[in-house]
Design a protein around this ligand. Structure first.
Ligand code: GTP
Ligand code: MG
Length: 447
């Protein structure tokens, strides 16, 4: 365990009713006691709260409630003290200053969680989920973070890794007896283990797209000709007069981004300038921005006037140069006419009158998630995990090919070691300082 006792403000800085200062480390109780007028903390039971005063010599800094957690029953597995004080930046500063004077050290970003990981309180994937949980802004991203923090897929990965280690040791044993031509490690057994591992990691790899969508949201570009009603649609979807609407073609110049949450998923709507021959320099810039956004987008809502001839719609869409599944066709202004011929895949709405808007939202949601959500209980949301799983998969495929080609044990052992390495990276059995630094530095201080 780390020798130093760290301290940080764990609530956001600024004014609040209450602020929470947290200490973790061997001397957490003694350091707090040095500035605390109240009970003798080290003599109290774990998980108890105590009223008292923080004092600087003779003067009282604040009335506080101190909560103590005794090692190993705390977030970091070390002694932990939480000082609940009044939420003034001045008070917080004074208390932290006193704690530093009495031997505490300022915590690095994520250091509490890093200690929790290093002390075996949680594995690396779980520690990363803590950051995701703090950052979660929708029900769906919250649910995946909670699942991962509770151990979600990392338990399975650990189990499989152990089975693989067992097999690896049999192979290594075989290598020791290479003269004798014995086979300790059953190739058939290994094959079925490979299948088992692939069956777990393939769905996880496939879930990354969805996991990413849940965590980061989906950008959706609203594109179309000038006056098609793109900005009106943005406003209607948001229920807010966000963008300027007018019957002057070329109203929107710059791109406008706003977030719309549908069933817990964030859609980042991007309204763009209508695409046509630009009338002036500024519009030209706007239009080239629109084209860039369309080119980058995974999903484009192509809005057109319902009276636009079908051939022209089709020609426009072709010009977008996107895959069919990347474009959602929206025929707008359905209030104007009773019936009209529109492409089969298009959904007819009236942005202005708010007709068929719920259907459009549903179509958006289904296009992105298309039934994926129900079947996935564990999701990968982290690029690092995704890459480690992909690398594991490649190593296992090589091992599989190796067996089929009856390669020698030492080559097989190499592929297995690779797979073990990458699996271990996910849960943190294999770590490097760089990796840890990279992960925990993204946390905020105090977590
Ligand atoms: N009848 C009818 N008019 C609509 C509808 N939606 C938009 N309009 C009108 O169409 C005109 C253009 O609307 P905007 O939302 O500014 O169109 P836009 O696509 O953003 O246009 P640009 O920003 O110029 O590219 C406005 O006069 C709107 O009131 C609709 O559903 N029905
Ligand atoms: Mg507009």
């Amino acid at each position: 365990m780390a020798k130093s006792t760290i301290v940080a403000l764990s609530t956001p800085s600024g004014i609040g009713a209450i602020a929470l200062i947290r200490l973790s480390g061997l001397d957490a109780f003694a350091i707090t006691q040095a500035i605390f007028k109240g009970k003798i903390l080290s003599q109290q039971n774990s998980h108890t709260a105590h009223f008292g005063y923080i004092i600087d010599g003779q003067s009282i800094i604040d009335e506080v409630v101190v909560t103590i957690y005794k090692s190993p029953n705390s977030f970091t597995k070390e002694n932990v003290v939480e000082i609940g004080c009044h939420g003034s930046s001045y008070i917080v500063q004074q208390i932290i200053k006193l704690l530093l004077k009495n031997g505490a050290e300022m915590a690095q970003p994520g250091e509490f969680t890093q200690r929790a990981f290093l002390n075996g309180r949680m594995d690396l994937a779980q520690a990363e989920a803590v950051a995701d949980l703090i950052a979660s802004e929708t029900a769906a991203s919250h649910a995946t973070a909670i699942n991962q923090m509770k151990g979600g897929f990392s338990k399975r990965i650990k189990q499989l890794r152990e089975e693989l280690i067992h097999f690896a040791s049999m192979i290594e044993l075989e290598l020791d007896f290479s003269e004798e031509d014995v086979e300790f490690a059953s190739r058939e057994g290994f094959k079925s283990l490979l299948h088992k591992i692939q069956a777990v990691i393939s769905p996880l790899i496939d879930s990354f797209d969805l996991g990413n969508v849940i965590k980061n949201g989906v950008p959706v570009v609203i594109a179309g000709r000038p006056n098609a009603g793109k900005s009106t649609l943005l406003n209607t979807l948001l229920n807010d007069e966000r963008a300027i609407v007018s019957d002057i073609a070329g109203t929107t110049r710059d791109t406008i981004e706003e977030i719309l949450v549908i069933n817990g998923i964030q859609f980042r709507l991007i309204d763009t300038a209508g695409i046509r021959e630009a009338q002036d320099q500024i519009e030209a810039i706007g239009i080239s921005k629109s084209k860039l956004k369309v080119a980058q987008a995974n999903l484009v809502m192509y809005v057109f006037d319902i009276e636009l001839p079908v051939e022209e719609v089709i020609a426009d869409v072709k010009n977008l140069d996107k895959q069919e599944e990347e474009v959602l066709l929206v025929a707008n202004k359905s209030d104007k006419i009773l019936s009209s011929k529109i492409p089969k895949a298009a959904i007819a709405i009236s942005a202005k009158e708010g007709l068929q808007i719920e259907e459009l939202k549903k179509a958006l949601y289904d296009r992105v998630l298309g039934g994926k959500i129900a079947k996935s209980d564990s999701l990968i949301t982290n690029l690092r995990h995704y890459e480690a799983l992909r690398n594991t998969q490649t190593a296992l495929e090589n091992a599989q090919k190796g067996i089929d080609a009856s390669i020698s044990g030492d080559f097989l052992a190499m592929d297995i070691r690779q797979a073990l390495f990458f699996l271990g990276e996910i849960t943190g059995e294999i770590t490097t300082d760089d990796l840890l630094e990279n992960i925990f530095s993204k946390f905020c201080i105090g977590k």
